[in-house]
Design a protein. Structure first.
Ligand code: 3PG
Length: 210
């Protein structure tokens, strides 16, 4: 699992976190990000059309790695497996999710913000985490502190990350990649400005690469 997650995260320093409002936007939006060089995408279950959107993206862009995000329960985890998720992302953790994730063929990146949550995940065998909400939970300083007791944990921080502060996170040994919604601004999506989104993706992909 750790290896699977590492190989996904190695493909991208930046993972767009996406909430699809209109199902028709799903494929052109995902394609713009992919063509811009961001090949790992997190589609959140925050909108009604999310599952349908993920199905369409998987069909149209089988080469992209698709994370299904905002998974709150094992039932949603199963739905994500059914639509072909490559990995699961959760904003926080529950015992039920930790337990279910261990048995699932699809690896989970559990969301944590504290050492206690990390320790619980650690007991279940998790070594890769989402750090959320990163900026509000202490940011780079918190991650540096986590490395004291748990030096082998690796993170994808999200929440308040953008072009200006991504570098500070990526400079840490414990950070595999960062995620955020800044790559899909509402104004560009509503205007169906896919070339603008491709441009933003390209900027991020060129600036940050492994
Ligand atoms: C997430 O779930 O990762 C966040 O909603 C992304 O946070 P951001 O909108 O601050 O980038």
């Amino acid at each position: 699992r750790t290896t699977e997650l590492d190989s996904i995260c190695l493909k991208a320093e930046v993972i767009p976190v996406i909430a699809i409002q209109r199902v028709e936007d799903a494929v052109p939006l995902a394609r713009a990000l992919y063509d811009g060089g961001l090949t790992v995408l997190e589609i959140t279950l925050r909108t009604d059309c999310a599952l349908e959107a993920i199905k369409r993206i998987n069909e149209a862009l089988p080469q992209a790695s698709i994370g299904v995000g905002t998974v709150l329960t094992p039932a949603q985890y199963r739905q994500a497996e059914e639509v072909g998720a490559d990995f699961i992302v959760t904003p926080g953790t529950t015992e039920a999710l930790y337990r279910y994730g261990v048995t699932s063929p699809v690896p989970m990146l559990p969301g944590v913000a504290t050492v206690s949550e990390l320790m619980t995940g650690w007991q279940y065998g998790y070594r890769r985490f989402k750090f959320f909400p990163a900026e509000a939970s202490g940011g780079v300083k918190a991650l540096k502190a986590f490395a004291g007791p748990l030096p082998d944990a690796r993170f994808c921080p999200t929440g308040g990350i953008n072009l200006d502060n991504a570098e500070d996170y990526l400079a840490l040994k414990s950070v595999m990649c960062v995620g955020g919604s800044w790559l899909t601004p509402k104004s560009l999506v509503e205007a169906e400005d896919w070339s603008g989104i491709r441009q933003l993706a390209r900027e991020a992909a060129t600036r940050f690469h492994h």
